[in-house]
Design a protein around this ligand. Structure first.
Ligand code: AMP
Ligand code: GLY
Length: 424
């Protein structure tokens, strides 16, 4: 069987790596892929990004099903386009992807269906937005309505910061159309967790829990990034909290989308804030898997992912049970010099150790140039260690990180600190 994975990041490398482990696989194509997927003999990069051309490619090559990694092609309607041509594809339609591509859509949806989330209002007028902020006070959170590649959220600790954020989005148009409307919402305190499920329109299959580290530097300092590391499972999500998240957030979301006439299929990622009493609220929805959460999650998945994907595109996820490696998987992102603002490209990467049962390195911003593996993006690698404890997983990941070299590499030394801090 041939499968196509759309995207070029660490998430897509991990998905393709897992799919390729199936006995039933002939080829896993990755479009466009990266240096790591090009070096893996079981994967084949395809240099096509345009969804219409990709659909032609899928028809010509007899691709049995397509899995989409990033949100941008989903929001642009790649699923609608593939389905119109009779192709099987796992992901939400353009309409359902609004759960991620419009914060206002997501907030109105949650309000309508009583899904716990921060109080909010949406604005396109800068004076009204400023007035609302002054009335509510700080801290307060300003979010661009549209997709802004991780740059659309400002957690403002002061009124000045909040006013500057709405000015940046509404007056100065710094985020273009994405910032033409802003959601202003209540600040939530607590600990974040990533709750990711697979949905086939009706049935829900939860994946292992995970937690990511958004700030660039140790101790959660420095600027926000796409994610500097992640681990699975997330001990904060106890079995009873898991049941509650399913009951109060995931099930009403999937049923609500169906009731609203836009059934959701694909990966559904709820970014949660869990307060000190253990109550979960939804910070955001993503209509895709997380990056870097996918890397440790795929490292733990034992079930054949090809079979799971078939059930997902055929609407029979209720017939699947997932088996997980009981160990912890912990992924450390190695990022380029200058990330996140202006990542430098073209640095030669050496020393990536061969995959073992305790460690696997997924590529993101890498490419092969003149026979050399070089950096080509912000997040370069995600090194995943596995171990019987968080500490062991961390040890295995950092042993590999310490062997890898490229100029200007940035990475955190403390991935997993929240889990280590929790009493066993
Ligand atoms: P989002 O893209 O909506 O998840 O926001 C990005 C990050 O901003 C989240 O991972 C949180 O760290 C933070 N954040 C978003 N919304 C809130 C909120 N209402 N209260 C506190 N922090 C938030
Ligand atoms: N790691 C956060 C995200 O994928 O959005």
């Amino acid at each position: 069987m041939k499968i196509l994975v759309v995207g070029s990041g660490g998430r897509e490398h991990a998905l393709a790596w897992k799919l390729a482990q199936s006995d039933r696989i002939q080829t896993v194509y990755v479009a466009p892929g990266n240096g790591g997927t090009s070096l893996d003999g079981r994967l084949q990069n395809v240099d096509i990004s345009d969804p219409a051309w990709l659909a032609q490619f899928a028809i010509k090559e007899g691709v049995a099903l397509t899995v989409v990694g990033p949100e941008v092609p989903l929001a642009a309607g790649i699923v609608n386009l593939f389905r119109d041509q009779g192709l099987k594809i796992f992901g939400p339609t353009k309409e359902a992807a609004q759960l991620e591509s419009s914060k206002d859509f997501a907030k109105a949806f949650m309000k309508r269906h009583n899904i716990p989330t921060a109080d909010y209002q949406t604005f396109s007028d800068v004076q009204e937005a400023r007035r609302y902020i002054s009335e509510k006070g700080a801290p307060i959170v300003i979010k661009a309505d549209g997709l802004a590649a991780g740059k659309g959220v400002v957690v403002a600790m002061s009124l000045e910061e909040a006013h500057a954020a709405v000015d940046m989005m509404l007056s100065d148009n710094k985020l273009g159309d994405a910032g033409a409307r802003v959601v202003i919402e209540e600040f939530l305190a607590g600990e974040e967790a990533s709750f990711i499920v697979m949905v086939d329109g009706k049935n829900v299959l939860p994946l292992a829990t995970s937690q990511d580290h958004k700030r660039l530097k140790d101790n959660d300092e420095g600027p926000n990034t796409g994610g500097m590391g992640a681990y699975s499972p997330a001990p904060i999500v106890t079995p009873s909290l898991h049941a509650r998240i399913m009951r109060e957030i995931i099930t009403p979301t999937v049923q609500g989308m169906s009731k609203d006439g836009i059934p959701f299929s694909g990966f559904l990622y709820a970014g949660l804030m869990i307060d000190d009493k253990g109550n979960p609220k939804t910070l955001e929805f993503n209509c895709r898997m997380g990056d870097p959460e996918t890397q440790p999650i795929m490292a733990r998945l034992k079930t054949d992912l090809v079979t799971v994907m078939e059930h997902a595109v055929n609407g029979t996820l209720d017939q699947v049970e997932l088996e997980w490696d009981r160990r912890t998987a912990l992924g450390v992102v190695m990022a380029a010099d200058g990330y996140p603002d202006a990542p430098r490209k073209g640095d030669v990467i050496t020393g990536i150790p061969a995959e073992t049962a305790e460690c696997v390195t997924f590529h993101a911003g890498t490419t092969v140039k003149d026979g050399k593996l070089t950096t080509s993006g912000g997040r370069v690698l995600c090194v995943v260690g596995l171990g019987d404890s968080v500490k062991m997983a961390q040890k295995h990941a950092y042993e590999a990180v310490d062997q890898i070299r490229f100029d200007g590499a940035q990475f955190r030394r403390d991935i997993g600190w929240r889990a280590l801090k929790r009493p066993a």
